[in-house]
Design a protein around this ligand. Sequence first.
Ligand code: AMP
Length: 201
Amino acid sequence: MRVVLLGAPGAGKGTQAARIADRFGLAHVATGDIFRANIQARTELGRAAQDYIDSGELVPDDVVIAMMLERLGEPDAAGGFVLDGFPRSLSQARALDHRLAELGTPLDAAINLEVAEEELLRRLLARGRSDDTEATVRNRLRVFATTTKPLLEYYGEAGLLFSVSAMGSIDEVVERILGAPAHVSHKQPSDAWAVLAPPSH
Ligand code: AMP
């Protein structure tokens, strides 16, 4: 199973991606986490990404795409993955599609987590990450609206998009997400996740 989680900053992509990945034994690949690990380890990639992250801008496409294509080539990703925070622009989505087409392993679904804007602001400001200051948060929401939102149409046209409300408890949202693949791909029976990726425990 290869899934992309979409949604604004604060929609809960990280929490949900971790749950889904754990449940089905998929690799959880979180772009922001990779950047933060690199910043902490003071790598060149970390230095290249830091100013963008601090200001709430996107790290340039060429940097992100190179990093993610390499990450998706690692062995754990061969058994399926949940992408959290990538793609965030049309060029990133096209680069991802292109690579997956070369490998003959296309995406199965793009799941969009929907949260009302006031709730996003409330969640982000309560989280306390170093890029969660009010100015940066507002910029991240603006960048999402202009650059990342067009992906909804892109995956909608590809017949892969499934939107779920991400309001409510974590467990409620997990249940909604588990219903997604069956809706997205008519080729799968109701328990599509289990068919595509047998539970690891
Ligand atoms: P996140 O942890 O997903 O909220 O990402 C934190 C920050 O990392 C974002 O605000 C961006 O600056 C950067 N970032 C994460 N993913 C991407 C991406 N796919 N493209 C560009 N920048 C990204």
